[in-house]
Design a protein around this ligand. Structure first.
Ligand code: ADP
Ligand code: MG
Ligand code: MG
Length: 207
């Protein structure tokens, strides 16, 4: 697997392009239950992350991206993507290599860091409701011997189905929890944007 950090920047660029095209849709989804700024915040965060992720070493580039994302995006998702990218980066930097099991472990670290920060559990209608089943499916593929991109592609529909299913959940964390059961019927914007990002970055990942 390539040690070249350029894939990090390429992946972030791909995510930015897709989220720019989804900015209004994500804003509308967030307006249904929250404050309507989710699309704009993600585009601001990713724009800053692309600019900041200049290190050659992938772990270092991910940490640069996370810090810049959090500063530029603000809000709940800014803080959450900040810790996600930094946790993944730390794991890859510490292991000195980017292989599929280390990548899975980095995403597990990220889930733990997100939960420590935001105190949300699966079922609370947040992006964790898509991220946790995605990482479980990814891990299963990697354990079965698949390369990272194959396992990732196989896990994408799991995340997408889980994001759709958040429409049936009542938010218990974040801004939208104020709406209670009135938020039923709309998927969580953070879960939806996560699936766009996961699909967008796949071709840029180290194979
Ligand atoms: P804000 O709510 O500050 O305006 P955004 O609109 O950018 O932030 O992001 C909202 C998304 O953040 C939600 O859809 C949800 O997925 C995610 N989120 C909010 N609170 C939490 C939390 N405590 N843990 C995990 N994700 C959260
Ligand atoms: Mg919002
Ligand atoms: Mg906001």
């Amino acid at each position: 697997m390539s040690e070249d950090g350029k894939w990090v920047r390429a992946a972030l660029k791909r995510a930015l392009t897709v989220l720019e095209s989804k900015e209004d849709e994500l804003g509308r989804l967030d307006a249904a239950a929250g404050d309507g700024d989710h699309g704009a915040g993600m585009v601001r965060g990713l724009t800053a992350a692309v600019e900041a992720a200049v290190a050659d070493e992938p772990g270092e580039a991910l940490m640069q991206a996370g810090t810049a994302f959090a500063d530029a995006a603000g809000g709940a998702s800014g803080a959450i993507y900040g810790v996600l990218l930094v946790a993944l980066g730390k794991r890859l930097a510490a292991s000195g290599r980017v292989d599929p099991p280390q990548f899975v472990q980095g995403l597990r670290d990220a889930i733990e860091a997100i939960q420590q920060l935001g105190k949300a559990q699966p079922g609370d209608k947040t992006l964790l409701d898509a991220l946790v089943p995605f990482v479980e499916a990814l891990e299963e593929g990697v354990r079965g011997g698949q390369d990272l991109r194959s396992a990732w592609r196989q896990a994408l529909p799991v995340a997408e189905e889980a994001a759709r299913a958040t429409a049936g959940l009542v938010a218990r964390k974040g801004r939208s929890s104020r709406l209670g059961a009135r938020g039923l019927g709309h998927p969580d914007p953070g879960a939806v944007s996560l699936t766009y990002i996961l699909r967008a970055v796949e071709p840029a990942l180290p194979a």
